[in-house]
Design a protein around this ligand. Structure first.
Ligand code: GLU
Length: 551
């Protein structure tokens, strides 16, 4: 009876019962094997690439099984909350193609029958379950101050026992309900702890869907379930929310693996069925031969914002993350070059159990492939969207010449070996600047790149003749090249590598040097896509002007 009174004093305004909520949020009516899972970020402002990684795995697993994928905002740590972070997270997830079936859709909006999907709006629910535990003598108020807890910790260190609030050290465990009520009425502040029924001598066997079979000692810590601000801890909120939202699979970062004994115990004490768990390996990076976590402080690529700023298409990031999720993705992709990634079956049990290695060089390769498959119109749209925010000058130049820009993005695209010259949008400027006089004529002679076999002087010699004799309207790539070759032969350049190698003294160089000179005059670069097409896009007038200025 006295526990009941204590529960009423702790939660005077709570009138509902756990049964009420268990009925309100019934088991979902889904087909056999459908997975219900979630992405559950905390709105702390910084979005780590590991978050996108976790969300993608959850989204794939739910969608593949015709289950439900929902977004839950875990905002119970109000000190760490950053204004605007919820909307920013939702936007980011949308950009990465995460289609949530349910959950928060904005700061104040949501869809779905299992909400609220924002933990700070679920206080009454957590209180209801906590009140019920107190009533049953399974949870209790703890009045220990920070100083007292510190003193206990020090004593435990000295005695070489496991630190924490357990056994004889859990001093508030044994306060009678009557005494607790008195202290509450005296205005002492408190938190609510679980009265752990665990004994660390017993082991719990557990199967993690990624990590495989594990076992661990039962939890015996009287963990905090409700903090002094009345909000739940992560542990308690996780158990209540995932039970009431009918989550079948908790797929989350492996940093939570060590809390699993607590979570399993909470589900048991609360009388809930345990969900399946899958703990995702942390994203690691190779740092001079040693593996370490991708760090928010040291690695720009840890932040999701980085990919946007430098201009990786979200498609590339997803494609790359799928490569890390399942190593079989790479083979699948080469067998299905044009398939939608949604067709690849993600398998949790095929994930690497240790760290997932993040490699920016590999990301670049993947991204070049991905962009090479985009149509020119999409390249144009995505690039200008990026440039609008991150490179105003390029935005102005490219949009002012939309048709030309699209043609330029289309060079060497349609053939069997499409060009793969950029991995991210901030690399585009260097690859296309020469189409724009405003950028091209800003360059000095030092910027001119030539084939190793060619000096600037000789290049100018070549252009002197070429500019006079070339036929702009040759009609085809082949005819244009024949024309260039003829001019080159006349000038004493050789068309045959073997012949040239045998008697280099008989020639000024190779025909490739002639093309190199033309390329340098038009672009200042030694490597460009197809020169004939570049000239056609520039038009005869600009080409002639470039030759003149080159001389
Ligand atoms: N809010 C937790 C985090 O940000 C979510 C962990 C989970 O998925 O349960 O790490």
């Amino acid at each position: 009876m006295s526990f009941e009174k204590l529960a009423d004093i702790l939660f005077p305004s709570i009138e509902k019962t756990p049964e009420y909520y268990l009925e309100k949020y019934p088991k979902r009516n889904l087909k056999e094997g459908a997975v219900v899972c979630r992405y559950a970020p905390s709105p702390t402002g910084f979005q780590h690439i590991g978050g996108v990684f976790a969300a993608l795995i959850n989204e794939r697993v739910a969608s593949q099984s015709e289950g439900v994928f929902f977004l839950r905002i875990e905002d119970t740590d109000q000190k760490r909350e950053v204004k605007g972070a919820i909307v920013d997270t939702i936007e980011t997830m949308k950009n990465f193609g995460m289609n949530f079936n349910e959950g928060a859709t904005g700061e104040e909006t949501e869809v779905g029958n299992y909400g609220p999907y924002r933990q700070s709006l679920r206080k009454e629910i957590y209180s209801t379950f906590a009140k019920d535990l107190v009533k049953k003598g399974l949870a209790y108020p703890c009045f220990c101050t920070a100083e007292e807890l510190n003193a206990t910790r020090e004593k435990q260190m000295a005695e070489k026992v496991t630190p924490g609030y357990h056994g004889e050290y859990a001093t508030c465990r044994n306060i009678s309900a009557e005494d607790a009520i008195k202290r509450i009425e005296n205005g002492e502040s408190y938190i609510i702890r679980l009265k752990s029924p665990g004994n660390p001598e017993n082991r719990v066997e557990f199967h993690d869907l990624i990590k495989g079979d594990t076992s661990f000692p039962e939890n015996n810590q009287d963990i905090v379930i409700i903090k002094s601000d009345g909000l739940p801890t992560y542990h308690f909120a996780h158990a209540i929310d995932d039970a009431l939202m009918r989550t079948t699979h908790v797929i989350r970062g492996e940093e939570w693996l060590s809390s699993l004994p607590i979570h399993v115990q909470l589900f048991d004490v609360l009388g809930f069925d345990r969900p399946n768990y899958a703990h995702i390996p942390t994203i690691m990076k190779n740092d001079n031969g040693s593996k370490r976590k991708l760090s928010k402080r040291k690695d720009a690529e840890a932040a999701v914002s980085y990919y946007k700023e430098v201009g990786y298409p979200t498609e590339s990031v997803i494609e790359y993350l799928l490569n890390i999720i399942n190593s079989s993705y790479e083979d699948w992709r080469s067998e299905n070059p044009d398939a939608d990634y949604h067709e690849f079956p993600v398998a949790l049990d095929k994930m690497s159990k240790s760290g997932a290695l993040f490699d920016i060089v590999k990301l670049n390769d993947v991204s070049k492939d991905v962009i090479s498959k985009f149509k020119a119109d999409k390249v144009y749209n995505d690039y200008t969207n990026w440039a609008k925010e991150f490179d105003k000058e390029m935005f102005e130049l490219v949009t002012a010449k939309e048709d030309m820009s699209k043609e330029m993005f289309n060079i060497d695209k349609e053939g069997p070996k499409p060009r793969k010259d950029f991995a991210k949008w901030d690399e585009v400027k260097e690859k296309i600047f020469y189409f724009f006089d405003e950028l091209f004529y800003n360059e000095t002679e030092e910027n001119i790149e030539l084939p190793k076999t060619l000096s600037l002087e000789v290049a100018k010699e070549v252009i002197k003749t070429y500019a006079k004799e070339f036929n702009f309207n040759a009609g085809s790539q082949e005819a244009w090249f024949d024309d260039l070759k003829a001019i080159g032969l006349n000038l004493g350049y050789c068309a045959n590598r073997k012949e040239y190698k045998a008697n280099p003294e008989n020639y000024k160089g190779m025909i490739s040097d002639v093309a190199g000179a033309v390329r340098a005059a038009l672009s200042h670069r030694a490597n460009t896509p197809d020169l004939y097409t570049i000239m056609q896009i520039m038009g005869e007038e600009k080409v002639r002007e470039r030759f003149e200025k080159f001389l």
